[in-house]
Design a protein around this ligand. Structure first.
Ligand SMILES: [Zn+2]
Length: 262
């Protein structure tokens, strides 16, 4: 597994983001793990909030989305965002969406169509971007505690194999910024036994959980090797200058991670 850090931060038209050089090398995909910086939203959404569902002003969010689209050179109406449900629903985008602004109630979206920008909004949960290097298929996944418990990332890989005959050895998988085991405490009531190797019991009834490592372990069960996995190794809660964190801040914004076929 290769780790991406602050040294991988880039800027495009003033938008700060982290990119995976291995995706750029493919030459047919655009992507970015955006930060909270360089937008127009005011506290507590400062400043590049892309979510309309947390109390921010509509025109600030739309302005942020437009700045992002302009910086990365895609049409604003090509950005597809999901109404993330904390479940394991997977949407297969086989035709360009006709109804602009409709939020699809899913936690993952897959396509092989060009010019469709698949976006995931997070503030602690893991945004995961997946490509099949040979079949030119892409996927964007939202994996929080519940999605991880439902093994949504494994289900996405299986679906890509079913739909496009993807082979596990051709996947390139990048986990974006998420809350680390340093800051993510959960109650024993929602803790799963199989997470024990990746967690620390902090005190009675409380566990510190490493969701990213659990997802990586799930990927390996699907035949994915270390060399195919990249991880942005920055905790959203510890790095509050760069990222929104729900655990850290409560009322706050959501950062965008996206991927598209050029
Ligand atoms: Zn932390």
């Amino acid at each position: 597994m290769k780790r991406l850090h602050r040294t991988h931060l880039k800027s495009r038209d003033g938008i700060i983001y982290i990119e995976n050089p291995a995706i750029n090398q493919l030459g047919w995909a655009t992507h970015g793990f955006l930060t909270r910086q360089s937008g127009v939203s005011l506290p507590p959404y400062d400043s590049l909030n892309v979510s309309l569902n947390n109390g921010d002003h509509l025109n600030h969010v739309l302005s942020n989305r437009m700045r992002i689209a302009k910086a990365f050179g895609f049409e604003n109406d090509r950005l597809i965002l999901l109404k993330q449900m904390q479940l394991d629903g997977i949407y297969l985008l086989n035709n360009p969406l006709e109804t602009e602004g409709t939020l699809l109630a899913y936690d993952a979206i897959l396509t092989n169509l060009p010019h469709q920008i698949l976006g995931i909004q997070t503030a602690d949960c893991i945004p995961i971007l997946i490509l099949d290097e040979k079949k030119k298929v892409i996927g964007a996944v939202h994996a929080g505690r519940q999605g991880t418990a439902l093994e949504i990332t494994r289900k996405v890989l299986r679906r890509m194999k079913e739909e496009w005959q993807c082979s596990e050895r051709d996947f390139l998988i990048t986990l974006g910024p998420s809350i680390g085991p340093c800051c993510y405490e959960i109650d024993e009531k929602v803790f799963l036994k199989e997470w024990e190797p990746f967690s620390i019991r902090k005190r009675e009834g409380k566990w510190m959980v490493d969701l990213a490592t659990i997802n990586i372990a799930q990927l390996k069960l699907e035949g994915i090797t270390e060399e195919q996995i990249y991880r942005v190794d920055l905790c959203t809660c510890c790095n509050s200058d760069l990222f929104f964190s729900y655990r850290g801040e409560g009322q706050t914004g959501r950062q965008l991670s996206f991927i598209g076929i050029i």
